[in-house]
Design a protein around this ligand. Structure first.
Ligand SMILES: Cc1ncc(COP(=O)(O)O)c(C=O)c1O
Length: 385
């Protein structure tokens, strides 16, 4: 087994090798730790499978049952989630899948509830499908808040239309792994108000081994009429090789059948090949990656304590994202702007993840080398000092 680190590339190597948005969106003197891409070496099983497919000319359309079957096997072996591939629809990617399910389950100009701070594109996709957004913010502890959910469900359903709730499980940007009890409470409330839940579970493979286990939403009691959307793209850094599945709970099969089959046409055959290789042959690599992410997460904690002791964070249970409370630094509502302009380091801007809930916060992506993390926190400290 190789001992080389997966997250070891230097800044010079990354600038030479990467043409993705993370590395090109800012001038070269700005260190990028913003968008959710990893600075990892590729998973060899994935690189081999994609290179081989391209060289063989296997670049046509995908065969959805092969992909759905592999997701079902992975979900069963990883989380003990017994899911039938026939309850899945293969789709372009997670957000297209989630938004098309929400479009089907809700009424035009009806409401979709979300829980900020949350992945910023949730807001954009709710807008894109012409739905009204109602917020049920996480509590101050970063966890689902039953009272906020109840109030939002009441407000969203008051007009009588069909309403959806878009769950982020685990939560981006806080790294919260929602517990089975929290999810069951959500399911009970959703049933009470007739709200249909769609669970975005893209971050599930990135739950850290030293915390609570991931619970697929469709495995909790009361969630039988819900949908989940999953892709290994985030866990293996394959955003450029798109595919995903929509999974319908046992009481949502009729709704699944109403989703137009043409949505399957957006899935990339090369994406499916990459994802199948990841889930089948990339598990040892992934365990090593998770260990490095955990070690980076702990390094971020030490660096913050040393250089920016006024910054508060809750150690994430999942993801490679640190949600940093910078309110004590007096950098205003959007500290990422000050870090970028004065420190030349690009972080996720807190208010993007929720105008209220993200005020004074930044999101730091620690899926990079320890050396880059040290430089990034040092730069953040210069922006303050
Ligand atoms: C919670 C969440 N969902 C979806 C996505 C994007 O997934 P996709 O490209 O498959 O739509 C991201 C990307 O960061 C994310 O964090």
């Amino acid at each position: 087994m190789t001992t080389t680190s997966i997250l070891g590339a230097s800044e010079a190597e990354l600038r030479r090798d990467r043409t993705s948005v993370k590395w090109l969106a800012y001038p070269p003197d700005v260190l990028p730790l913003w968008v959710a891409e990893m600075d990892c070496d590729p998973c060899p099983a994935v690189a081999d499978a994609v290179a081989s497919a391209v060289s063989r000319g296997d670049t046509g359309y995908g065969w959805a049952p092969r992909y759905a079957g592999e997701v079902a096997r992975y979900a069963g072996e990883t989380w003990g989630w017994d899911v039938d591939p026939s309850s899945m629809l293969v789709v372009t990617d997670v957000m297209i899948g989630a938004s098309e399910v929400l479009r089907m389950l809700t009424d035009e100009r009806g409401a979709v509830v979300v829980s900020p701070p949350v992945y910023d594109s949730f807001f954009g996709f709710v807008d894109a499908i012409g739905r009204r957004r109602v917020d049920a913010p996480l509590g101050a502890d970063g966890r689902l808040d039953p009272e906020a959910l109840r109030a939002a469900f009441r407000e969203a359903t008051a007009g009588g239309g069909r309403v959806g709730y878009l769950l982020c499980n685990p939560q981006n940007p806080t790294g919260t792994v929602h517990s089975p009890d929290e999810l069951a409470t959500l399911a009970t409330l959703a049933r009470e108000f007739g709200v249909r839940v769609v669970a975005d579970e893209i971050h599930a493979p990135l739950v850290h081994d030293d915390g609570p286990a991931f619970s697929p939403y469709l495995t909790v009691p009361g969630a039988e009429d819900a949908f989940a959307v999953f892709s290994p793209s985030k866990g293996w850094n394959l955003a450029g090789l798109k595919s995903a599945v929509v999974v319908a709970g046992p009481q949502a099969q009729d709704d699944l059948a109403r989703l137009p089959e043409v949505h399957t046409h957006g899935s990339s055959h090369l994406g499916e090949i990459a994802h199948v290789a990841a889930m089948r042959d990339g598990l040892d690599w992934h365990a090593r990656l998770r260990a490095e992410l955990r070690s980076n997460r702990d390094l971020v904690g030490r660096l913050l304590a040393e250089h920016l002791p006024a910054v508060r964070w809750t150690v994430p249970q999942a993801t490679y994202l640190g949600w940093l409370d910078c309110r004590a630094l007096d950098l205003g509502d959007d500290p990422a702007a000050a870090f970028r302009e004065r420190g030349r380091v690009a972080l996720g801007s807190g208010p993007r993840y929720g105008a209220q809930a993200g005020r004074g916060f930044v999101r730091l992506n620690f899926a990079t080398s320890p050396a880059i993390l040290e430089e990034a926190v040092r730069r953040m400290a210069t922006a303050v000092g």
